[in-house]
Design a protein around this ligand. Sequence first.
Ligand code: SAH
Ligand code: AVI
Length: 349
Amino acid sequence: MQRRPTERARRGVLPKPASPRTATLVSLDAETAALRELREALSRSPRELPCKYLYDDAGSALFEEITRLPEYFPTRTERALLESRALAIVESAGGNKLTDIVELGSGAASKTVALLEAALRSGGRPRYVAVDISAHALARTRELLAKARPEVPVDEVLADYTKDLRLLPALGGGRRLALFLGGTIGNDEDPEAIRLLERIRNQLAPGDLLLLGANLVTDPAVIHAAYNDSAGVTAEFNRNILRSVNALARSTFDPAQFEHYAPYVVDRQRIEMWLVPRKDLVVDLGRIGGRLELRRWEAIRTEISRRFTREQVTHLLEMAGFSPERWLESPDGRFGLALGRALASLGGL
Ligand code: SAH
Ligand code: AVI
């Protein structure tokens, strides 16, 4: 039976996804670009899904659960480091002249409270700007900060920081501190990581600071366990990317048909997350267009998560136009925080 086209279909308008979960979905242009990006990633060899699609509402909640797992050490290691050095960081960033703390990929922002408290103790009155692709993560940020520090004004920016990152100037010409924490810089290869850091620097005034959190090279077995937890939360987080893509694209990936596989590749200094089909599959790609024929074991890569040395982190900062100013490292050497000062752009050079 032929159905009459709906008003929406007659106007050629793409239907809205089940729920507008991520910033990539806020406009039809963005939606079209997301579908194109997914098509391109799935056509690569090996096939990939960009890791930002891990963070629909369910994915953001699962990530928060991961941060509390006994095996997932990065969050608690970085938190302890931030808490012990918060005052020194804030003093380097201008002390009471620090007016803006801007966080990219803020997530639930649970670690940021220590920095806001240090800024308040230094006599400043900072506002906090949270930038995230996930509306769910931003809602958690708001909730957490309203409880912990109700006096701090919070601005939420729902945006994909790889595409559009436009921040308002610092309040009253004060100092700005940008935060990129959690080791999220390790989810990109060098060229994309440097481009992202450059984009951040372009939004800062010369002299403003960036605090960059990075996972450091450590015992492969410890890293492996962090991405292969016994409760299976990371496996679920990984599989959930398929639900997130299905909601956006109306595709028919069945998460139950895929195994989570996350090896630490020692010579590449990185965890790789893969989804491995247990049998031959044909997936209707919905609005991505066409069908995807997957052979048994033909895995899709959903994330890389890199470990760095101090020199490698410093190099990334320098390549992006920051002058490395301070290095803080956890006592177990597993996590590093680098402070970089934004240099003036070289203009037309
Ligand atoms: N900084 C937090 C969260 C890390 S998880 C912490 O350290 O715990 C990564 C966060 O970045 C998620 O909240 C995710 O939604 C967000 N994110 C991932 N890709 C993004 C993108 N392209 N643009 C904006 N936010 C992004
Ligand atoms: C957000 N990012 C730094 C996390 C990581 O460790 O790479 C995401 C994650 N993936 C699996 N577990 C956690």
